[in-house]
Design a binder for this molecule. Sequence first.
Ligand code: G3P
Length: 219
Amino acid sequence: MKFFVDTANVEQIRQAKAWGLCDGVTTNPTLVAREGRDFREVIEEICSIVDGPVSAEAVTTEADSILAEARELSSWAPNIVVKIPLIPEGIKAVRMCAQEGIKTNVTLCFSPLQALIAAKAGASYISPFVGRLDDISHQGMELVHQILQIYQNYGFQTEVIVASVRNPLHVVEAAMMGAHIATVPFDVLAKFFNHPLTDVGLKRFLADWEKLQQEIKSS
Ligand code: G3P
């Protein structure tokens, strides 16, 4: 399973990379705005850090203008994936991008049929937003299950990015279902390590080692 980091913050990306938990990055206009930096500059910096796909979002809503933005964005770095919203004009643009070999991540997916039409258009990735569905009392992870089943039924190559992840349990469920990728906010990623028994156990080991008054020296 691949972990993408859902952030435009380069410090967070560097830390996640050091942990070996950054197979890619996803951004969106909200995450970029949070950094207050020049869009191209921050995307190019992220692309230079990450050995994997980096999603940068198109911000127009007509197929031709989305395609123009996709061509521009994908010229910035070889690992750019263009994020395109799941609207009719967006799906038209995804089809055109696929014909040109531009990789796409179809975003704002909230239903299995939306995911099916994205795959039929040749999307490289689909991003179901599980947390936002949970927020309105729908089972976000059930959508992921449906998409994986549909894609498997027909052999689509589109990879499923579980997005709008709000807690580590979303990631556990995604892994149990065999989702290809989870894109995870940094604060949630950092929680992957946590277990109170790890902390208690380490404290005890270190206290016992201290009693020995020894060092591990290089020979
Ligand atoms: O990047 C898209 C997605 O992960 C957004 O998450 O928390 O704003 O619903 P959220």
